[in-house]
Design a protein around this ligand. Structure first.
Ligand SMILES: Cc1ncc(COP(=O)(O)O)c(C=O)c1O
Length: 421
C-alpha cells in the first residue's frame, strides 16, 4: 500500500480478483459474500450479463466524445429514462456528472440559480460527499471534514428525525415538532426567502440507515412549497430499489423538485445524475453546467442496461424479501446480546447500532469495527456507518440468493455473539 496515501484507507486487506452476483473472490482464491456492494453501487449485482454486454458493445463503437462537443444517443436515452421513472408527473430534465458529490454540487448550483437565493438547509448525520460544497453539507466531522475547513457559508443545519438519538424522548407528533423547528430557524437564524434549497437523504446512508418518518418529509415539502424553497432528495444511496421502491422518497409519496442519483445507477461505472423540474434546471444559462466526462457513453449504456435489468428482475420485490428476512434475524439477535441498542431499516437497507450501555446509549465504535474485521476473516464483507461509527449496515446486492443471504447473516450473527455480552 506504499503507493497510496493513508487518507484513502481500505477497511479490509482483501484484493479483489473476480466478482459475480453477490460474491467476490480475492487474488488468493477466497470467496466472500458481499454485504457492501461497493458501498451501495451493486444493487443489480456484480457483472450482470446484460450490463457487461452493453458495455462491450459500446466499447466497439466509441468510448468518449464529450457531450458538449459531440452529443450521443446513450446520454439522451438515459436522460429520457430517468425523466420518466423519477417521481413527479411534471416535465423534467436530467444532466450527468461522475460522482455523487458532483451531482449534489450541481443540484445546489441549479437551485441557487433558479431562486437567486444563497441559503441551503441540510441535516445532522447527513453525508453528501467529499468535494468542498458537498463536504460542507456533510455532518460527520471525522474523517470527512476534519482539517479541511473553512467550509462554505449559508448552510443551516437542522436535526434529522433520528428517533433513537433524539434529544429527550422523540416527539409523539413529528409534524408539529418539525413545524416548530422550522419556525425557530426562520425567526432566529435565516429568513425563508434567503433559502434556495433543502437537501435531505430520505434514509440516512453514511449516517446510519435511519429512515425519516414519511410525515416529516411531507411537512418539509409543505414548508418548501410555502416559501419557494427547492426540495432536493439525495437518493444516491437509497435509490434503485434499495428500500423496496425505486426511490425511497416514494414511501413518503412526495415529488422532489430535484433528485440526485449515482451509485447503483450504472452498476459500477462512474455516473451520477441530477434530474430536475425542467422549469428549474432550464434557468441556467448555456454552458453553466456540465463537465468533460459528463454522461460518458460507456457509463450511460451501463445505466440503461442496469435499469432495464432491475425492472426485469423485479429488484423491488427482492429488496422487500431481503429486508424482511434480515430484520427477522436481527430482532432475534438483539434478544441475545445487550451490545445492540437498536435495529432498524427500510427494505434491504438495514442496520444494527451498537451501544456500550442500552440505558445511556453510549455509542460502541470498537464493537462495530471488530464485527467488520471478524466478518471478513469469516468470509463476509460488511460495512460500518453512523456519525459515531458504531453501526453495521447491509448493502448486499439485491440479487443475492436466499442461501447466500442466510449464510451472510449467519456469519454476522456468529461474529457478534462471539464477542460476548
Ligand atoms: C447519500 C449520499 N450522497 C452523496 C454521496 C457521495 O457520493 P460519491 O462518493 O459518489 O461522491 C454518497 C456516498 O456515499 C451518499 O451515500
Amino acid at each position: 500500500m506504499a503507493a497510496s496515501p493513508k487518507g484513502v484507507p481500505n477497511s479490509t486487506p482483501i484484493f479483489a480478483a473476480q466478482a459475480e452476483g453477490a460474491l467476490v473472490t480475492d487474488v488468493d482464491g477466497n470467496t466472500f459474500i458481499d454485504f457492501a456492494g461497493g458501498i451501495g453501487v451493486m444493487n443489480l449485482g456484480h457483472r450482470n450479463p446484460d450490463v457487461v454486454a452493453a458495455i462491450r458493445d459500446q466499447l466497439d463503437k466509441f468510448t468518449h466524445t464529450c457531450f458538449a462537443s459531440m452529443p450521443h444517443e446513450p446520454f439522451v436515452a438515459l436522460a429520457e429514462k430517468l425523466n420518466a421513472i423519477t417521481p413527479g408527473s411534471f416535465a423534467k430534465k436530467t444532466m450527468f456528472v461522475n460522482s455523487g458529490a458532483e451531482a449534489v454540487e450541481n443540484a445546489i448550483k441549479i437551485a441557487r440559480y433558479a431562486t437567486g437565493r444563497p441559503g441551503i438547509i441540510a441535516f445532522e448525520h447527513a453525508f453528501h460527499g467529499r468535494t468542498m460544497l458537498a463536504m460542507s453539507l456533510t455532518s460527520k466531522i471525522k474523517p470527512y471534514k476534519y482539517g479541511f475547513g473553512p467550509f462554505l457559508p449559508d448552510i443551516y443545519r437542522l436535526p434529522y428525525p433520528y428517533a433513537y438519538r433524539w434529544h429527550g424522548s422523540p416527539p409523539s407528533d413529528w409534524k408539529n415538532e418539525y413545524r416548530r423547528i422550522f419556525d425557530q430557524l426562520f425567526s432566529a437564524h435565516v429568513a425563508p426567502d434567503k433559502i434556495a434549497a433543502l437537501i435531505i437523504e430520505p434514509v440516512l446512508g453514511e449516517g446510519g440507515f435511519v429512515a425519516a418518518p414519511p410525515e416529516v418529509l411531507q411537512t418539509m415539502m409543505e414548508i418548501c412549497r410555502e416559501h419557494g424553497i427547492v426540495f432536493i432528495a439525495d437518493e444516491i444511496q437509497t435509490g434503485f430499489y434499495r428500500t423496496g421502491k425505486l426511490f425511497a422518497i416514494e414511501w413518503a409519496g412526495i415529488d422532489p423538485d430535484i433528485i440526485v442519483t449515482a451509485k447503483s445507477l450504472a452498476s459500477g461505472l462512474p455516473l451520477s445524475a441530477v434530474t430536475a423540474r425542467a422549469e428549474l434546471i432550464d434557468n441556467v444559462h448555456e454552458g453553466g453546467l456540465g463537465g468533460t466526462y459528463s454522461g460518458n457513453p460507456l457509463a450511460c449504456v451501463a445505466g440503461l442496461a442496469t435499469l432495464d435489468a432491475m425492472e426485469k428482475l423485479e429488484l423491488g420485490k427482492k429488496a422487500l424479501a431481503i429486508g424482511e428476512e434480515t430484520r427477522k434475524r436481527f430482532s432475534t439477535l438483539m434478544q441475545k446480546t445487550i451490545r445492540i441498542g437498536e435495529i432498524r431499516g427500510l427494505g434491504a437497507m438495514n442496520a444494527i447500532e451498537f451501544v456500550v450501555d442500552r440505558n445511556t446509549k453510549e455509542p460502541d465504535k470498537p464493537t462495530a469495527s471488530a464485527v467488520q474485521k471478524k466478518c471478513y476473516e469469516q468470509g463476509l464483507i460488511a460495512l460500518t456507518a453512523g456519525t459515531y461509527s458504531n453501526v453495521i449496515r447491509t448493502l448486499m446486492p439485491l440479487v443475492i440468493t436466499p442461501q447466500q443471504l442466510n449464510e451472510g447473516l449467519d456469519v454476522l450473527e456468529t461474529v457478534i455473539l462471539a464477542l460476548g455480552n
